[in-house]
Design a protein around this ligand. Structure first.
Ligand SMILES: [Zn+2]
Length: 216
């Protein structure tokens, strides 16, 4: 057995990370893929709604409106297409060994600066955070790697952005991170489940809770 506190042998990909940290990070990467798959699955029917589906009704029932704005007969299917394309691009980043990480213990927060298309700089908080916070952080940073910049942070501000300036919500990393998390959290036992109907997005604005993802 390798020492969990020893530096991971692949220091090219996981700079300054211990074996234990790489194990946790890889679990979170797996959960990121699962969450993104859930988001894609939920968005896909909006691109070309199946026969008998009322897209406006579905848009609201499935809470797309909280993260991407009010239903718009002209725009919503294009929004869904754009989101799916971006989630797929991010998944492509996760599924390659080109994605690299560096731990900066002296920094609290995770970021991608200096910008470099394949590296995420983990802050010390990443390994101290609750599972779902680490998961949303990772998804958030991946969206920087495909070129998105931060416009708003936090659930509350992102939901408000979608209600007021939906065109900007489509470019905001946190909107993608929280949407993916919410698509996934209903599958988790013990998580605070989202009602299917959240007309005022009160649940979407609430903290996602402290459920621990297995192995993290
Ligand atoms: Zn950011």
């Amino acid at each position: 057995m390798s020492d969990p506190n020893a530096l991971h042998p692949d220091q090219h990909r996981f700079k300054n990370l211990t074996n234990d940290q790489v194990r946790r990070l890889q679990k979170i990467m797996d959960f990121a893929v699962i969450s993104i798959d859930h988001a894609i699955k939920r968005l896909q029917p909006m691109i070309s709604p199946p026969v008998g589906c009322n897209p406006a009704e579905r848009w609201n029932r499935e809470n797309y409106h909280c993260w991407w704005g009010e239903f718009d007969a002209q725009r919503s299917s294009r929004t869904a297409q754009l989101c799916v394309t971006r989630y797929q691009a991010v998944k492509g980043k996760l599924n390659t060994s080109k994605l690299r990480f560096k731990l900066r213990k002296e920094e609290r927060y995770t970021n991608v600066a200096p910008y470099w298309g394949w590296r995420i700089y983990l802050g010390a908080n990443f390994f101290r955070s609750r599972s779902l916070d680490s998961l949303s952080t990772l998804i958030h940073e991946l969206f920087h790697l495909i070129g998105l910049v931060d416009l708003r942070y936090s659930r509350d501000a992102c939901v408000t952005l979608a209600q007021t300036l939906p065109i900007l919500a489509r470019g905001n990393p946190d909107n993608y991170a929280y949407y993916a998390l919410d698509c996934y959290r209903n599958q988790l036992s013990g998580a605070s489940h989202l009602a299917m109907d959240d007309p005022y997005c009160q649940l979407a604005r609430q903290d996602h809770g402290s459920i621990r993802l297995p192995g993290t």
